[in-house]
Write a protein of this length. Structure first.
Length: 501
Protein backbone atom coordinates (compact mmCIF):
# COMPACT_ATOMS: atom_id res chain seq x y z
CA UNK A 1 0.00 0.00 0.00
CA UNK A 2 1.30 3.43 -0.89
CA UNK A 3 2.34 6.00 1.68
CA UNK A 4 -0.38 8.32 0.33
CA UNK A 5 -3.05 5.68 0.89
CA UNK A 6 -1.66 4.99 4.37
CA UNK A 7 -2.03 8.67 5.27
CA UNK A 8 -5.59 8.67 3.96
CA UNK A 9 -6.31 5.63 6.12
CA UNK A 10 -5.00 7.42 9.17
CA UNK A 11 -7.07 10.49 8.36
CA UNK A 12 -10.17 8.33 8.20
CA UNK A 13 -9.34 6.69 11.52
CA UNK A 14 -8.87 10.03 13.16
CA UNK A 15 -12.13 11.32 11.75
CA UNK A 16 -13.95 8.24 12.92
CA UNK A 17 -12.71 8.83 16.43
CA UNK A 18 -14.72 12.03 17.06
CA UNK A 19 -30.01 -9.75 20.07
CA UNK A 20 -35.47 -16.18 19.14
CA UNK A 21 -34.62 -14.31 15.83
CA UNK A 22 -37.19 -11.58 15.11
CA UNK A 23 -39.18 -11.42 11.91
CA UNK A 24 -37.58 -8.62 9.92
CA UNK A 25 -39.66 -5.79 8.56
CA UNK A 26 -39.05 -2.19 7.66
CA UNK A 27 -40.50 0.84 5.97
CA UNK A 28 -39.40 -0.77 2.70
CA UNK A 29 -41.89 -3.09 1.04
CA UNK A 30 -39.69 -5.55 -0.82
CA UNK A 31 -36.22 -5.18 0.70
CA UNK A 32 -33.10 -4.17 -1.19
CA UNK A 33 -31.60 -5.64 -4.32
CA UNK A 34 -28.11 -7.07 -3.74
CA UNK A 35 -25.53 -6.91 -6.52
CA UNK A 36 -22.04 -8.36 -6.38
CA UNK A 37 -19.43 -9.15 -5.48
CA UNK A 38 -18.39 -5.98 -7.28
CA UNK A 39 -15.15 -6.26 -9.26
CA UNK A 40 -14.96 -3.17 -11.45
CA UNK A 41 -12.70 -0.14 -11.16
CA UNK A 42 -9.69 -0.04 -8.90
CA UNK A 43 -10.97 -2.41 -6.20
CA UNK A 44 -12.62 -1.87 -2.82
CA UNK A 45 -11.85 1.58 -1.46
CA UNK A 46 -12.44 1.36 2.29
CA UNK A 47 -10.18 3.99 3.78
CA UNK A 48 -10.74 3.65 7.51
CA UNK A 49 -9.82 0.02 8.01
CA UNK A 50 -6.92 -2.29 8.76
CA UNK A 51 -4.01 -2.34 6.33
CA UNK A 52 -2.88 -5.96 6.48
CA UNK A 53 -3.90 -8.62 3.95
CA UNK A 54 -6.99 -10.29 5.43
CA UNK A 55 -5.87 -13.62 3.97
CA UNK A 56 -3.08 -13.71 6.55
CA UNK A 57 -5.73 -14.13 9.26
CA UNK A 58 -7.98 -16.46 7.24
CA UNK A 59 -10.43 -13.80 6.05
CA UNK A 60 -11.41 -12.26 2.71
CA UNK A 61 -12.98 -8.97 1.66
CA UNK A 62 -15.88 -8.52 -0.76
CA UNK A 63 -18.03 -5.57 -1.72
CA UNK A 64 -21.71 -5.44 -2.72
CA UNK A 65 -24.15 -2.79 -3.84
CA UNK A 66 -27.58 -2.46 -2.23
CA UNK A 67 -30.36 -0.65 -4.07
CA UNK A 68 -34.06 -0.05 -3.66
CA UNK A 69 -36.42 2.53 -2.19
CA UNK A 70 -35.80 4.03 1.23
CA UNK A 71 -38.20 5.83 3.54
CA UNK A 72 -37.62 8.77 5.85
CA UNK A 73 -39.51 9.33 9.10
CA UNK A 74 -41.51 12.10 10.72
CA UNK A 75 -43.18 12.66 14.07
CA UNK A 76 -46.37 14.51 14.87
CA UNK A 77 -45.09 15.22 18.38
CA UNK A 78 -41.93 16.80 19.65
CA UNK A 79 -39.27 14.19 20.35
CA UNK A 80 -38.93 13.58 24.09
CA UNK A 81 -35.79 13.24 26.15
CA UNK A 82 -36.89 9.77 27.34
CA UNK A 83 -36.65 8.46 23.80
CA UNK A 84 -40.08 6.84 23.55
CA UNK A 85 -40.80 8.31 20.17
CA UNK A 86 -43.67 7.41 17.84
CA UNK A 87 -42.69 8.01 14.25
CA UNK A 88 -44.35 7.36 10.91
CA UNK A 89 -43.08 6.90 7.36
CA UNK A 90 -42.69 10.12 5.42
CA UNK A 91 -40.95 10.59 2.07
CA UNK A 92 -39.68 7.80 -0.18
CA UNK A 93 -36.68 7.93 -2.48
CA UNK A 94 -34.52 5.55 -4.53
CA UNK A 95 -31.05 4.71 -3.25
CA UNK A 96 -27.99 2.72 -4.19
CA UNK A 97 -25.21 2.23 -1.66
CA UNK A 98 -22.45 -0.21 -0.89
CA UNK A 99 -21.48 -2.63 1.89
CA UNK A 100 -18.10 -4.19 2.59
CA UNK A 101 -18.02 -7.77 3.91
CA UNK A 102 -15.14 -9.39 5.81
CA UNK A 103 -15.74 -13.13 6.31
CA UNK A 104 -13.79 -16.31 7.10
CA UNK A 105 -12.38 -17.95 4.00
CA UNK A 106 -13.23 -21.36 5.51
CA UNK A 107 -17.04 -21.36 6.02
CA UNK A 108 -16.63 -23.94 8.81
CA UNK A 109 -14.97 -21.25 10.93
CA UNK A 110 -18.05 -18.95 10.83
CA UNK A 111 -19.51 -18.78 14.34
CA UNK A 112 -22.96 -17.58 13.22
CA UNK A 113 -22.57 -13.96 14.31
CA UNK A 114 -22.68 -11.03 11.90
CA UNK A 115 -21.58 -7.62 13.16
CA UNK A 116 -23.07 -4.80 11.06
CA UNK A 117 -21.30 -1.49 11.52
CA UNK A 118 -22.79 1.88 10.63
CA UNK A 119 -19.65 3.30 9.02
CA UNK A 120 -18.46 6.58 10.45
CA UNK A 121 -18.37 9.56 8.07
CA UNK A 122 -17.16 12.30 10.39
CA UNK A 123 -14.25 12.79 8.02
CA UNK A 124 -16.40 12.77 4.90
CA UNK A 125 -15.18 9.27 4.05
CA UNK A 126 -16.15 5.85 5.42
CA UNK A 127 -14.26 4.55 8.45
CA UNK A 128 -14.79 1.25 10.27
CA UNK A 129 -13.97 2.31 13.82
CA UNK A 130 -15.52 -0.81 15.40
CA UNK A 131 -13.58 -3.10 13.08
CA UNK A 132 -10.37 -1.27 13.92
CA UNK A 133 -10.79 -1.46 17.68
CA UNK A 134 -12.50 -4.87 17.87
CA UNK A 135 -11.27 -6.92 14.91
CA UNK A 136 -9.06 -9.23 16.98
CA UNK A 137 -12.11 -10.64 18.78
CA UNK A 138 -14.18 -10.91 15.60
CA UNK A 139 -11.44 -12.77 13.77
CA UNK A 140 -10.55 -15.23 16.51
CA UNK A 141 -14.23 -16.10 17.03
CA UNK A 142 -15.01 -16.36 13.30
CA UNK A 143 -17.62 -13.62 13.06
CA UNK A 144 -18.58 -11.90 9.80
CA UNK A 145 -18.17 -8.15 9.64
CA UNK A 146 -20.37 -5.98 7.40
CA UNK A 147 -19.59 -2.28 7.00
CA UNK A 148 -22.53 -0.22 5.70
CA UNK A 149 -22.29 3.09 3.87
CA UNK A 150 -25.49 4.38 5.44
CA UNK A 151 -24.91 8.12 5.03
CA UNK A 152 -24.60 10.43 2.09
CA UNK A 153 -21.11 11.67 2.90
CA UNK A 154 -19.66 8.21 2.39
CA UNK A 155 -20.77 8.33 -1.25
CA UNK A 156 -20.72 12.03 -2.11
CA UNK A 157 -18.14 13.29 0.40
CA UNK A 158 -18.31 16.42 2.50
CA UNK A 159 -16.65 19.68 1.38
CA UNK A 160 -15.53 20.85 4.83
CA UNK A 161 -14.35 17.50 6.22
CA UNK A 162 -10.91 16.06 6.90
CA UNK A 163 -11.48 13.85 3.88
CA UNK A 164 -11.75 16.96 1.74
CA UNK A 165 -8.35 18.16 2.93
CA UNK A 166 -6.91 14.83 1.73
CA UNK A 167 -8.41 15.26 -1.71
CA UNK A 168 -11.47 13.09 -1.04
CA UNK A 169 -14.14 15.78 -1.05
CA UNK A 170 -16.19 13.75 -3.53
CA UNK A 171 -16.33 10.54 -1.46
CA UNK A 172 -16.53 7.15 -3.16
CA UNK A 173 -17.98 8.47 -6.42
CA UNK A 174 -15.11 10.84 -7.05
CA UNK A 175 -12.48 8.40 -5.81
CA UNK A 176 -13.35 5.70 -8.35
CA UNK A 177 -16.06 6.84 -10.83
CA UNK A 178 -15.90 3.55 -12.73
CA UNK A 179 -16.65 1.46 -9.66
CA UNK A 180 -18.85 3.80 -7.66
CA UNK A 181 -20.32 6.20 -10.21
CA UNK A 182 -23.76 4.55 -10.10
CA UNK A 183 -24.16 4.98 -6.33
CA UNK A 184 -26.89 7.39 -5.25
CA UNK A 185 -27.91 8.54 -1.78
CA UNK A 186 -31.06 10.65 -1.22
CA UNK A 187 -29.83 12.19 2.06
CA UNK A 188 -29.34 11.30 5.70
CA UNK A 189 -33.07 11.44 6.52
CA UNK A 190 -33.16 8.09 4.68
CA UNK A 191 -30.08 6.64 6.42
CA UNK A 192 -32.11 4.84 9.10
CA UNK A 193 -34.15 2.81 6.61
CA UNK A 194 -31.05 2.14 4.53
CA UNK A 195 -29.39 0.68 7.63
CA UNK A 196 -32.50 -1.44 8.28
CA UNK A 197 -32.42 -2.73 4.72
CA UNK A 198 -28.75 -3.61 5.09
CA UNK A 199 -29.71 -5.78 8.07
CA UNK A 200 -32.48 -7.36 6.01
CA UNK A 201 -29.96 -8.10 3.27
CA UNK A 202 -27.78 -9.92 5.79
CA UNK A 203 -30.72 -12.07 6.86
CA UNK A 204 -32.59 -12.54 3.57
CA UNK A 205 -29.80 -12.65 1.04
CA UNK A 206 -27.24 -14.78 2.85
CA UNK A 207 -26.62 -16.81 -0.30
CA UNK A 208 -25.39 -13.60 -1.94
CA UNK A 209 -24.19 -11.13 0.66
CA UNK A 210 -22.69 -13.76 2.98
CA UNK A 211 -21.78 -16.23 0.24
CA UNK A 212 -24.03 -18.95 1.63
CA UNK A 213 -23.29 -18.46 5.33
CA UNK A 214 -26.39 -18.58 7.56
CA UNK A 215 -26.41 -16.00 10.36
CA UNK A 216 -27.75 -16.88 13.80
CA UNK A 217 -27.13 -13.50 15.44
CA UNK A 218 -27.02 -10.09 13.78
CA UNK A 219 -25.65 -7.21 15.85
CA UNK A 220 -25.76 -3.49 15.02
CA UNK A 221 -22.76 -1.47 16.08
CA UNK A 222 -21.66 2.13 15.63
CA UNK A 223 -18.99 4.39 17.09
CA UNK A 224 -18.99 8.13 17.85
CA UNK A 225 -21.05 9.93 15.20
CA UNK A 226 -22.49 6.55 14.17
CA UNK A 227 -23.36 5.79 17.81
CA UNK A 228 -25.28 9.05 17.88
CA UNK A 229 -27.16 7.98 14.70
CA UNK A 230 -27.89 4.60 16.31
CA UNK A 231 -29.29 6.35 19.38
CA UNK A 232 -31.93 7.91 17.13
CA UNK A 233 -32.38 4.56 15.35
CA UNK A 234 -33.08 2.81 18.67
CA UNK A 235 -35.62 5.38 19.79
CA UNK A 236 -37.42 5.81 16.47
CA UNK A 237 -37.01 2.72 14.32
CA UNK A 238 -36.07 -0.38 16.34
CA UNK A 239 -39.51 -0.98 17.92
CA UNK A 240 -41.05 -1.52 14.48
CA UNK A 241 -38.22 -3.25 12.60
CA UNK A 242 -36.89 -6.17 14.68
CA UNK A 243 -34.02 -6.63 12.24
CA UNK A 244 -31.07 -6.54 14.64
CA UNK A 245 -30.76 -8.81 17.66
CA UNK A 246 -28.67 -6.45 19.78
CA UNK A 247 -26.90 -3.10 19.74
CA UNK A 248 -23.48 -1.85 20.79
CA UNK A 249 -23.47 1.95 21.18
CA UNK A 250 -19.76 2.79 21.24
CA UNK A 251 -18.76 6.26 22.43
CA UNK A 252 -21.93 8.31 22.02
CA UNK A 253 -22.40 11.88 23.11
CA UNK A 254 -25.21 13.43 25.12
CA UNK A 255 -27.56 14.05 22.22
CA UNK A 256 -29.03 12.12 19.29
CA UNK A 257 -28.93 12.67 15.55
CA UNK A 258 -31.74 14.46 13.69
CA UNK A 259 -34.66 12.21 12.80
CA UNK A 260 -34.96 14.20 9.57
CA UNK A 261 -32.93 16.96 8.03
CA UNK A 262 -32.63 19.07 4.90
CA UNK A 263 -34.02 18.84 2.29
CA UNK A 264 -36.77 17.32 4.48
CA UNK A 265 -38.15 19.33 7.38
CA UNK A 266 -35.61 19.29 10.22
CA UNK A 267 -36.63 17.19 13.23
CA UNK A 268 -34.04 17.46 16.00
CA UNK A 269 -34.10 15.55 19.31
CA UNK A 270 -33.46 17.37 22.59
CA UNK A 271 -30.14 17.26 24.42
CA UNK A 272 -29.69 15.18 26.44
CA UNK A 273 -31.48 12.27 24.80
CA UNK A 274 -31.83 8.98 26.68
CA UNK A 275 -32.25 5.57 25.08
CA UNK A 276 -35.80 4.28 25.49
CA UNK A 277 -36.15 1.59 28.16
CA UNK A 278 -38.98 -0.47 26.61
CA UNK A 279 -36.86 -2.16 23.95
CA UNK A 280 -36.88 -5.95 23.64
CA UNK A 281 -33.38 -6.04 22.16
CA UNK A 282 -30.38 -5.69 24.50
CA UNK A 283 -28.30 -2.52 24.29
CA UNK A 284 -24.73 -2.20 25.56
CA UNK A 285 -23.31 1.33 25.77
CA UNK A 286 -19.52 1.56 25.83
CA UNK A 287 -18.25 4.80 27.35
CA UNK A 288 -14.81 6.36 27.73
CA UNK A 289 -13.81 9.26 29.95
CA UNK A 290 -13.72 11.56 26.93
CA UNK A 291 -17.27 10.58 25.93
CA UNK A 292 -18.52 11.69 29.34
CA UNK A 293 -16.74 15.00 29.54
CA UNK A 294 -15.81 16.06 26.01
CA UNK A 295 -18.78 14.67 24.06
CA UNK A 296 -21.25 15.44 26.85
CA UNK A 297 -22.52 11.93 27.59
CA UNK A 298 -22.47 12.76 31.32
CA UNK A 299 -25.84 14.51 30.93
CA UNK A 300 -27.33 11.43 29.18
CA UNK A 301 -26.23 8.83 31.74
CA UNK A 302 -29.09 6.52 32.70
CA UNK A 303 -29.50 3.57 35.09
CA UNK A 304 -28.98 0.03 33.87
CA UNK A 305 -32.10 -2.00 33.15
CA UNK A 306 -32.82 -5.62 32.21
CA UNK A 307 -32.09 -4.70 28.58
CA UNK A 308 -29.53 -1.92 28.92
CA UNK A 309 -26.00 -1.79 30.26
CA UNK A 310 -23.53 1.08 30.32
CA UNK A 311 -19.86 0.23 30.64
CA UNK A 312 -17.68 3.14 31.75
CA UNK A 313 -13.97 2.42 31.40
CA UNK A 314 -11.35 4.19 33.50
CA UNK A 315 -8.23 5.64 31.92
CA UNK A 316 -9.66 5.87 28.40
CA UNK A 317 -10.20 8.40 25.65
CA UNK A 318 -12.47 8.54 22.61
CA UNK A 319 -9.54 7.16 20.64
CA UNK A 320 -6.01 6.24 21.65
CA UNK A 321 -2.68 4.99 20.44
CA UNK A 322 -4.09 1.55 19.63
CA UNK A 323 -7.09 2.81 17.64
CA UNK A 324 -5.19 5.57 15.89
CA UNK A 325 -2.05 3.67 14.92
CA UNK A 326 -1.45 0.15 16.23
CA UNK A 327 -4.80 -1.35 15.19
CA UNK A 328 -4.09 -0.95 11.49
CA UNK A 329 -1.39 -3.65 11.50
CA UNK A 330 -2.59 -5.83 14.40
CA UNK A 331 -3.00 -9.40 13.14
CA UNK A 332 -3.45 -10.84 16.61
CA UNK A 333 0.20 -11.34 17.48
CA UNK A 334 2.07 -10.24 20.60
CA UNK A 335 3.73 -7.35 18.78
CA UNK A 336 0.56 -5.24 18.96
CA UNK A 337 0.15 -5.80 22.70
CA UNK A 338 3.78 -4.94 23.35
CA UNK A 339 3.46 -1.80 21.24
CA UNK A 340 0.29 -0.77 23.11
CA UNK A 341 2.04 -1.34 26.45
CA UNK A 342 5.14 0.58 25.41
CA UNK A 343 3.05 3.51 24.18
CA UNK A 344 2.16 4.25 27.81
CA UNK A 345 5.86 4.91 28.41
CA UNK A 346 6.45 6.84 25.17
CA UNK A 347 3.08 8.27 24.09
CA UNK A 348 2.98 10.20 20.80
CA UNK A 349 1.57 13.70 20.52
CA UNK A 350 0.96 13.36 16.79
CA UNK A 351 -1.71 11.11 15.34
CA UNK A 352 -0.39 12.14 11.92
CA UNK A 353 2.95 13.95 12.15
CA UNK A 354 2.74 17.33 10.48
CA UNK A 355 -0.97 16.96 9.77
CA UNK A 356 -2.61 16.41 13.15
CA UNK A 357 -0.33 17.40 15.99
CA UNK A 358 -1.75 17.59 19.50
CA UNK A 359 -0.32 19.85 22.19
CA UNK A 360 0.57 17.01 24.57
CA UNK A 361 0.84 13.21 24.22
CA UNK A 362 -2.49 11.50 23.53
CA UNK A 363 -4.11 8.72 25.59
CA UNK A 364 -2.30 5.37 25.48
CA UNK A 365 -4.88 3.46 27.53
CA UNK A 366 -5.79 1.10 24.65
CA UNK A 367 -9.45 0.39 25.43
CA UNK A 368 -9.53 -2.23 22.67
CA UNK A 369 -9.41 -5.01 25.28
CA UNK A 370 -12.60 -3.90 27.01
CA UNK A 371 -14.31 -3.26 23.66
CA UNK A 372 -13.55 -6.84 22.61
CA UNK A 373 -15.12 -8.02 25.87
CA UNK A 374 -18.15 -5.83 25.16
CA UNK A 375 -18.66 -7.41 21.72
CA UNK A 376 -18.42 -10.88 23.26
CA UNK A 377 -20.79 -9.92 26.10
CA UNK A 378 -23.40 -8.55 23.70
CA UNK A 379 -23.23 -11.73 21.62
CA UNK A 380 -23.80 -13.92 24.75
CA UNK A 381 -26.63 -11.66 25.85
CA UNK A 382 -28.47 -11.96 22.55
CA UNK A 383 -27.88 -15.69 22.11
CA UNK A 384 -28.18 -17.07 25.64
CA UNK A 385 -29.91 -14.29 27.55
CA UNK A 386 -26.92 -13.93 29.89
CA UNK A 387 -26.71 -10.21 30.69
CA UNK A 388 -23.30 -8.51 30.97
CA UNK A 389 -22.08 -7.41 34.40
CA UNK A 390 -23.01 -3.98 35.69
CA UNK A 391 -20.18 -1.49 35.40
CA UNK A 392 -19.33 0.88 38.25
CA UNK A 393 -19.71 4.50 37.21
CA UNK A 394 -16.68 6.72 36.88
CA UNK A 395 -16.45 9.01 39.91
CA UNK A 396 -17.17 12.62 39.02
CA UNK A 397 -16.00 15.47 41.22
CA UNK A 398 -18.75 17.23 43.12
CA UNK A 399 -16.52 20.21 43.82
CA UNK A 400 -15.30 20.94 40.31
CA UNK A 401 -17.76 20.46 37.48
CA UNK A 402 -16.58 18.51 34.49
CA UNK A 403 -13.74 16.71 36.25
CA UNK A 404 -13.14 13.24 37.65
CA UNK A 405 -12.17 12.21 41.14
CA UNK A 406 -8.56 11.04 40.94
CA UNK A 407 -6.55 8.45 42.84
CA UNK A 408 -3.05 8.97 44.25
CA UNK A 409 -1.50 8.28 40.84
CA UNK A 410 -3.69 10.75 38.98
CA UNK A 411 -6.05 8.22 37.37
CA UNK A 412 -9.84 8.44 37.57
CA UNK A 413 -11.62 6.59 40.36
CA UNK A 414 -14.53 4.24 39.71
CA UNK A 415 -15.50 2.73 36.39
CA UNK A 416 -14.18 -0.53 35.02
CA UNK A 417 -10.82 -1.12 36.69
CA UNK A 418 -8.01 -2.24 34.44
CA UNK A 419 -4.35 -3.02 34.98
CA UNK A 420 -3.52 0.22 33.15
CA UNK A 421 -5.00 2.19 36.08
CA UNK A 422 -4.73 -0.25 39.02
CA UNK A 423 -1.10 -1.20 38.32
CA UNK A 424 -0.20 2.07 36.61
CA UNK A 425 2.88 3.07 34.73
CA UNK A 426 1.29 6.31 33.53
CA UNK A 427 -1.46 8.77 34.28
CA UNK A 428 -4.11 8.07 31.63
CA UNK A 429 -6.98 10.45 30.99
CA UNK A 430 -9.76 11.13 28.52
CA UNK A 431 -9.30 14.86 29.07
CA UNK A 432 -6.44 17.26 29.51
CA UNK A 433 -5.54 18.56 26.08
CA UNK A 434 -5.12 22.35 26.38
CA UNK A 435 -8.22 24.32 25.45
CA UNK A 436 -6.42 26.01 22.59
CA UNK A 437 -5.74 22.62 20.99
CA UNK A 438 -9.39 22.28 19.99
CA UNK A 439 -10.74 19.98 17.31
CA UNK A 440 -10.08 16.27 17.28
CA UNK A 441 -7.22 16.33 19.77
CA UNK A 442 -9.60 17.20 22.60
CA UNK A 443 -11.20 13.75 22.26
CA UNK A 444 -7.88 11.90 22.31
CA UNK A 445 -7.11 12.56 25.98
CA UNK A 446 -3.64 12.59 27.50
CA UNK A 447 -0.88 10.39 28.88
CA UNK A 448 1.74 11.38 31.46
CA UNK A 449 4.23 8.54 32.08
CA UNK A 450 5.23 8.03 35.71
CA UNK A 451 8.83 8.94 36.32
CA UNK A 452 11.53 6.63 37.66
CA UNK A 453 11.07 7.57 41.30
CA UNK A 454 7.30 7.09 41.12
CA UNK A 455 7.69 3.67 39.48
CA UNK A 456 10.32 2.61 42.01
CA UNK A 457 8.08 3.63 44.90
CA UNK A 458 5.20 1.57 43.49
CA UNK A 459 7.26 -1.42 42.34
CA UNK A 460 10.59 -2.08 44.11
CA UNK A 461 11.41 -4.81 41.59
CA UNK A 462 10.33 -5.98 38.15
CA UNK A 463 8.74 -9.06 39.73
CA UNK A 464 6.73 -6.80 42.05
CA UNK A 465 5.37 -4.92 39.04
CA UNK A 466 4.51 -8.09 37.09
CA UNK A 467 2.73 -9.48 40.17
CA UNK A 468 0.70 -6.30 40.68
CA UNK A 469 -0.18 -6.09 36.97
CA UNK A 470 -1.14 -9.78 36.79
CA UNK A 471 -3.39 -9.49 39.85
CA UNK A 472 -5.14 -6.50 38.29
CA UNK A 473 -5.59 -8.45 35.05
CA UNK A 474 -7.10 -11.39 36.93
CA UNK A 475 -9.49 -9.11 38.84
CA UNK A 476 -10.76 -7.63 35.57
CA UNK A 477 -11.30 -11.12 34.09
CA UNK A 478 -13.27 -12.18 37.19
CA UNK A 479 -15.35 -9.01 36.96
CA UNK A 480 -16.31 -9.92 33.38
CA UNK A 481 -14.73 -6.99 31.55
CA UNK A 482 -11.67 -8.72 30.05
CA UNK A 483 -11.46 -11.86 27.93
CA UNK A 484 -9.03 -14.62 28.91
CA UNK A 485 -7.06 -14.60 25.62
CA UNK A 486 -6.43 -10.89 26.09
CA UNK A 487 -5.52 -11.41 29.74
CA UNK A 488 -2.75 -13.77 28.65
CA UNK A 489 -1.48 -11.22 26.15
CA UNK A 490 -1.56 -8.37 28.65
CA UNK A 491 0.43 -10.39 31.17
CA UNK A 492 3.02 -11.26 28.53
CA UNK A 493 3.37 -7.61 27.53
CA UNK A 494 4.10 -6.63 31.13
CA UNK A 495 6.53 -9.51 31.63
CA UNK A 496 8.69 -8.44 28.70
CA UNK A 497 9.01 -4.89 30.06
CA UNK A 498 11.76 -3.57 32.28
CA UNK A 499 9.50 -1.77 34.77
CA UNK A 500 10.54 -0.17 37.10
CA UNK A 501 14.00 0.35 35.65
Amino acid sequence: MSRHHSILVTLALVAASLALLPTPSSASTTGPTVDGPITSGNGVFFVGSTLFDLATVGYRQDEFFLSGTATSYSSSKALSQKGRWTVKPAARAPFKTRVVVYRPIDPKKFNGTVVVEWLNVTGGIDAGAVWLSGHDELIREGAVYVGVTAQQAGIAGAPNSIGATAGLAGGLKATDPVRYGSLDHPGDSFSYDIFTQAGEAVRRSSSTLLSGLKPKTVLAIGESQSAIRLTTYLNAVTPSTRVYDGYLIYSRGGGAAPLAQAPQQQITPPTPTFIRTDLREPVLIFTTEADLMVLGYLSARQPDTDRLRNWEVAGTAHDDTYGLVISRSDTGTSEADIAAFQSMLSPPASAIPGILDCAVPVNAGSHTYELRAAVAALERWTRAGSAPPHSPRLAVSQQQAGTFQLDANGNARGGIRRPQVDAPIAKLSGVGQPAETGGLCRAFGTTVPLDGSQLAALYPTHDAFVTAWSKAVDREVRAGFLLRPDATRLKAAAAQSTIPG
